[in-house]
Design a binder for this molecule. Sequence first.
Ligand code: PRP
Length: 173
Amino acid sequence: MTEMQQKILFSEEAIHQKVQEIAAAISQRYPEGEIVLVGILKGAFVFTADLARAIDRPCRIDFVRISSYGSGTESSGKLNITLDVTLDIADKHVILVDDIVDTGLTIADYKKVLEQRGPKTLEICALIDKTGRREKAVDIDYSGFQIEDGFVVGYGLDCDEQYRNLRCVSVLE
Ligand code: PRP
């Protein structure tokens, strides 16, 4: 495999600022009561942790494991739920948290699964809205950054399980 170069796309500071803005918007949108954050592993583990700590509301936190990619960089478009929500989300304010929405298949399909469980509200929060390859329309209620294309890594995002621990988001070239 050819060695890939990393170019910083979103700095640690820019991400921090964006997380604070999203958290403030969420805290304002839900003036009372508890919020259930459902992070999609593995990629959203960093974003979910930072977002949860920036939200000024009582939160319950859960994680799900859903895969739609193979080990390469192309989406297979197949939803495979290997770890589902364990909290009861019926009648709860739920926010599905993902690091990136790409084709939209993962989050659009999983949102339908959660809707069957009767949440009071169900919103989507994604750090990165990558629009160039969208196959299913996704209404992203809170999005941090929008990009057209590019293979991005860091802040939870990987390439073949590498780079998840980068503090910034970089694009591989
Ligand atoms: C990535 C990312 C999103 C999903 C987006 O996860 O974290 O969950 O793909 O892709 P889509 O919009 O085209 O469906 P991935 O399946 O790579 O697993 P990971 O989070 O464990 O890296």
